[in-house]
Design a protein around this ligand. Structure first.
Ligand SMILES: Nc1nc2c(ncn2[C@@H]2O[C@H](COP(=O)(O)OP(=O)(O)OP(=O)(O)O)[C@@H](O)[C@H]2O)c(=O)[nH]1
Ligand SMILES: [Mg+2]
Length: 447
């Protein structure tokens, strides 16, 4: 993570520091800005990122049981993950066979190496990749790919003296498919005979039109830093780019700049190249990347806490949804029980939800004993999908079956169903009151 190590150090300083929370937040943000700008992230992006972090850190409240400092790291984690591509999990496995990928990119960006790396990656995952050399400009382009193909044990198609890339790809696909390949990777030229980028883009477009690849993969050299933004845009305008590989991520202090720039275009980064050898490629996952960036792997206990905050947020979302619909399903109750085991009583969690102050809930009503929780989890696990969706259909006969299946008693099943009804009655009441208040134009009750 060349160039971005500063972030890890800032996290440690933040956790261990003795400054006031506000002061610690400010110095963390300063360090983060410095590190990102040094890694060639655009200043505009840095400012909007740190503004978001500061706002959340100072305005939002941590969930119960979580310290402000731990919460802050979670905020940084979320904002940075967004910054580097968000929750976009690239789909790695080809949805059809044979699948064709066409690699494009400017001269020296790493296309030929990446073509071999991708082929090797998929070969290890059970595919039968084949490579096509459609670069008719670079001297010995075919030989380079052919040599790589030999290393990884994948067939390579090429016509060394031909000047007709379209003919090559058409014949190449046919030949490789007939040899049993189910993943075809096309390497293209990085320069054009006329020398201009315009001419190269035109040629890529012509090849793409003829080949109709399942995926166009743009290979970008990570050492170009924030300039990757314009490049990604220009290429996308010519041939819609399906995914991006950032090559040479290992050697560059500007990798962070390239990553954030590409993420800002909305493109999906699928792989990063981390070395010259054929196995040196990694699936890119923003969350995992940021976790490493922050050094969370070394801070096990913090990671645990962040996970429980995430579960808490997921539960809160469920409950908020239940509140607007006025209905809490058994599956919600299941999630609630799991969360309670980690986060404490539901009443504490419910306090976090805006609008619930008007709910006539006492702690007593929502308290579920440990023992009962375990029983209810077993009961819910023994229900059919229909029963979970519509608990009204659970009659005595079904109760008996569920009790038997979960090793509990009919009374236990009844207690869960009663709880389900009580909670739902309460939710309906809240919904009714909320609607009434809204209709009367009364706001400001935290809703
Ligand atoms: N360190 C490092 N070097 C890489 C990586 N990917 C490619 N390279 C090196 O970058 C140089 C150019 O790579 P190529 O794969 O030939 O690039 P290309 O885009 O095919 O180049 P042209 O065909 O001339 O357009 C080679 O020396 C590669 O070894 C990477 O992820 N890390
Ligand atoms: Mg090449």
């Amino acid at each position: 993570m060349k160039g971005l190590e500063g972030i890890k150090e800032a996290v440690l300083k933040f956790i261990r520091g003795s400054d006031s929370y506000e002061k610690a937040v400010e110095s963390f943000i300063k360090e983060l800005q410095k590190t990102l700008i040094r890694a060639d992230v655009s200043i505009r992006l840095v400012i909007s990122l740190t503004k978001k972090i500061r706002e959340r850190a100072l305005k939002e409240e941590p969930p119960p049981g979580v310290t402000r400092r731990d919460w802050f790291i979670k905020v940084v984690y979320d904002c940075l993950a967004d910054f580097f591509g968000g929750d976009k999990e690239p789909s790695i496995y080809p949805p059809k066979q044979p699948y064709t990928m066409m690699l494009i990119g400017i001269q020296g960006s790493g296309k030929t190496t990446t073509a071999a790396k991708i082929a090797y990656f998929y070969k290890k995952h059970g595919y039968r990749p084949g490579l096509i050399s459609a670069d008719t400009y670079r001297p010995a382009a075919y030989q380079q790919l052919e040599q790589l193909g030999r290393i990884i044990g994948a067939p390579v198609y090429g016509e060394p003296r031909s000047k007709d890339p379209i003919g090559i790809v058409i014949r190449g696909v046919k030949t490789l498919v007939s040899k049993g390949c189910n993943l075809i990777i096309v390497d293209t030229a990085g320069r054009h005979g006329y020398g201009s980028e315009q001419a190269l883009l035109e040629e890529m477009k012509a090849i793409a039109n003829a080949l109709k690849p399942d995926e166009v993969v743009l290979v970008i050299d990570a050492t170009m830093g924030q300039k990757a933004y314009d490049l990604a845009k220009r290429f996308h305008e010519y041939t819609p780019v399906g995914s991006i590989v950032l090559a040479k991520f290992d050697g560059s202090a500007k990798g962070g700049g390239a990553l954030s720039a590409v993420a800002a275009t909305g493109a999906i980064i699928k792989f990063i190249g981390i070395g010259e050898k054929v196995h040196e490629i990694e699936i890119f996952n923003p969350r995992r990347f940021v976790s490493r960036l922050l050094g969370l792997g070394d801070l096990e206990s913090l990671l645990e806490k962040l996970k429980s905050i995430e579960e808490h947020e997921a539960l809160q979302k469920r409950l908020e949804k239940a509140l607007t619909s006025g209905r809490l399903s058994l599956v919600d109750i299941y999630a609630q029980i799991q969360a309670m085991k980690k986060l404490g009583p539901l009443s504490k969690i419910l306090q976090m939800i805006p609008g619930l102050s008007i709910l006539p809930i006492s702690d007593e009503q929502l308290r579920i004993s440990e023992k009962l929780m375990d029983k209810w989890v077993a009961i819910i696990n023994s229900m059919t999908y229909e029963e979970l969706k519509n608990p009204k259909i659970i009659d005595r006969r079904r109760m008996k079956r569920i009790a038997l299946g979960s090793g509990t008693s009919i009374e236990d099943v009844e207690s869960l169903l009663k709880y389900y009804e009580t909670v739902n009655r309460m939710l309906k009441e809240v919904k009714r009151k909320k609607t009434l208040l809204t209709r009367l134009g009364i706001r400001g009750l935290g809703m």
